[in-house]
Structures are given as C-alpha cells and as structure tokens.
Design a protein around this ligand. Sequence first.
Ligand code: SF4
Ligand code: MG
Length: 323
Amino acid sequence: MPGLAERLVGRLTGGGKPVVVHALTDVSLEVAQGEVLGIVGESGCGKSTLGRVVAGIYAPSDGRVTLHGKPIAREHSGNIDKLTTQVQMIHQDPFASLNPRMKVGETLAEGPRYHKIIPSRDVQARMRALLEKVGLEGAYADRFPHQFSGGQRQRVAIARALAMEPEVLVLDEAVASLDVSIQAQVLNLFMDLRRDLGLTALFISHDLSVVRHVCDRVAIMYLGRLVELAPADQLYADPKHPYTSALFASVPTVGTGKRVFEAIKGEIPSPINPPPGCAFHPRCPLAGPRCRMEVPRLTWAGVGRQVACHLNDGGVDSKGAPA
Ligand code: SF4
Ligand code: MG
C-alpha cells in the first residue's frame, strides 16, 4: 500500500466552515503475502481508519491501496470489483455486524452468492463446512445470531469473511469485546486458519499482549502517523520510539503478586489541531527544542526497522535529548 494517505472531512459544530481532519498522514506500508501486520495505537490514532481504507470502505483523498500491484476497487463506485471481495474486514462487535433476523447460514451465503464466488448448488454445503472450519457445527447454519455466545458470534463473523475467499483480512479489535479465555480461543482459531489458508492480515489492536501472539511485524501509530515499524520480536525486545516505550510501560504486568501500571502522561491531542513538530512532544519525556518545531521523518533504525523520532537521526545533545 505505498503512498497511502487519508483525510476525513468533518464539520465544526454550530454550522461553521468544514474542517479537514488528517486522520492519516504519510502512512505507507507494504504487507507481504502470508504476513500478519499488527497496527497498534491508542483510540483515535487512525488505526481503524487505516483498516477501512485498506478494506475499501473509505476512499483515501490522496494515495492508494494496491493488491498485487492493482488498485483496490471501492464499493461506493457502484461497481463492486472482485478485488473488493479479496479484502474482508472483521469488526470488534460481531453482534452488531450480523443481521439479527437472518439465520447465520443465510448471512454467510449472501456475499458468495451475490459475487458468484461459489456455484449456487454448492453454497449450502460450503457454508456448513465453513462453520465446521471455525469450530462450530454445520447444523448451526439454521440458528439466529442471538442463539450464539459472543465467542461463537465472532467465529461466525470470521466464517462470513472467509466465505468470500479473501486474500487479505482486516481484523479491527476483533477480540477486544471477548472475555480473556474466549479471546485466546478465537486467536488460536485465527492462527490455525492463517496457517491453513496462507492468509495475509492487518491485525488492528490496542492490546500489545494480543498483538505479540499473532503478528510478524508491528506498526505503531500516533495521531494518524506511523511512528515505529519493526519485526514483532525486535519491537518487544527493544522498542525504539519513546511512544512505543510508553505503551509498553502502560501495560499492566502481573509479576510476583505486584501489579505495575504506569499511564502515559496527558491525553492524545485532537487530530483537528495537532501539536506542531512531533505530535508526541507534549507527552514525551525526551522532547527537546527541535521536537516542538520539526516533524520527525520515518528513518531506518536497523534491518527492517523504521522509527520517526529525532533521537534516531543523530541530532542528540549531551543529555540524550534531540539538539
Ligand atoms: Fe519524543 Fe522528540 Fe522523539 Fe517526538 S521526536 S518522540 S518528542 S524525542
Ligand atoms: Mg478503532
């Protein structure tokens, strides 16, 4: 997805002039076939917007999304291209995304029928097989969403995405609303499917411990920008960006009966009026004068690693703060 950028146009309350909100700025990512890329950040950092752009739900005002070098078609253009079906999104709340009045078998069959992905005569059998593939029973095709538990509904949502035979899945906080024990089951299912089907995925989450389990690489976002990109093992062993370090410090850890929790100071600023320079500077313990004036560019910080922080490009003073 080289050169991906997105703007959302919002309106000031009170009938004021429209304001342009840069939900995403200069976000450029490539995802390899079969790779699971984690997208992490606090709420409001633009990660869901990025997911929706990739899934073709939002069109970027600038930039593009490509799959095998071809732009992904968008549904609002009125002609739904096969490419659109190749990226499927799984949302946080499976209940909201399933039609309560439709039997899940019908819900699963809707997309493949419409897009003629599967011959009509095979649809019923394939949907039952899919339900089994996600750890449910084929006979559950005749049930309604309210007859399932939260974890089962998320399995149905995964089956519905897989029914379209996608190449890319976008999971947006896909396990966030589930109990921890159920989260583990759904994550294990995702890992099995990923291995069996060779899926490529964007795994959007605010939960660093969940991301660690499932992702090969991780992109950290802050206020619509990419601030760090690294292979997961390296990121967890040695975070380079002060924001990434702060995120790790704010994860509650249970050690010898002692719970450690250190919140990141301050709140995420408004994307309507982002701080000048490095958008993280009001909250960064290492911020120096340069940080308040100049936006740090994403620069290399090792093999396969990129960081957007002035500390990473040599301009460091004697105290370690950027000069
Ligand atoms: Fe902190 Fe400056 Fe780096 Fe931004 S550029 S993360 S303010 S040290
Ligand atoms: Mg979100």
